[in-house]
Design a protein around this ligand. Structure first.
Ligand code: FPP
Length: 228
């Protein structure tokens, strides 16, 4: 086994912001803000380690049913991120992409997200993809409908190109923080052979050293892709 093997594509389900805030008697919105700060540091560290693609689950289609006050707080973070940090991504050579159905967001938020991703399209250092108003099943069904409209039978590779992640390689390592052990509708088709890593830490507490530990764990696994 090759030691120090770095996953090319790391995806993270950033769970536990609410519990992080609750433990500190803070409003949930501050948990999400702490999550956003950590998200910025963590993706930076991942690219420094040589990861080329980082994909983060920022908001699921199911999350859109949360109380409006909480959603408003998250939307404020999106506005901040896609104005200020999108520019930082561009300067640092990180391409910024979004997957998900932006039409489910308030129009001004969707517009800010679109403008931010347009500002940071090229990335010699890596690609950061944020899943916003994203659902894995929905993405698969949309891809299937596209295939039906094209009226031809597809092979697996062709089908995967119809997904919103079509330009990304499949994730090698999927990390979930916050203690739950499930995929919660994230990258369902794409994660078929991903290595899964679960951390009990709430996302804002998941430090750079924790990512190093996850990468180390990944490097120690033998990936056989169904072969012997
Ligand atoms: C899950 O924690 C987290 C979310 C639903 C939102 C994640 C959002 C961010 C990290 C900020 C993203 C910002 C940008 C700019 C993309 P939870 O609320 O489900 O936590 P809990 O399970 O402890 O309640």
């Amino acid at each position: 086994m090759e030691s120090g093997r770095i996953p090319r594509h790391v995806a993270v389900i950033m769970d536990g912001n609410g519990r992080w805030a609750k433990k500190r008697l803070l409003p949930r919105s501050l948990g999400h803000r702490a999550g956003m700060e950590r998200m910025i540091g963590l993706s930076e560290h991942a690219f420094d380690r040589g990861v080329r693609y980082v994909t983060l689950f920022a908001l699921s289609t199911e999350n859109l049913a949360r109380p409006q006050a909480e959603l408003d707080g998250i939307f404020r973070l999106f506005r901040d991120y896609f104005t200020v940090h999108a520019e930082t991504c561009r300067e640092k050579g990180i391409a910024l992409r979004v997957i998900g159905d932006l039409s489910l967001l308030p129009p001004d938020v969707a517009e800010t997200v679109r403008r931010g991703t347009e500002a940071a399209q090229k990335g010699e250092r890596g690609t950061l993809t944020l899943a916003i108003a994203y659902g894995g099943r929905r993405d698969i069904v949309e891809a299937a409908n596209r295939a039906v409209r094209e009226g031809r039978e597809l092979r697996e590779e062709d089908f995967s190109r119809l997904l919103s992640t079509g330009e990304l390689p499949p994730p090698d390592l999927v990390i979930r923080t916050g203690g739950e052990k499930r995929l919660s509708n994230f990258l369902l088709f794409e994660s078929a052979y991903a290595e899964l890593y679960f951390s009990g830490k709430n996302f804002p507490d998941f430090g750079d050293g924790d990512l190093d530990a996850a990468i180390e764990d990944y490097a120690s696994r033998e990936r056989r892709f169904g072969k012997i």
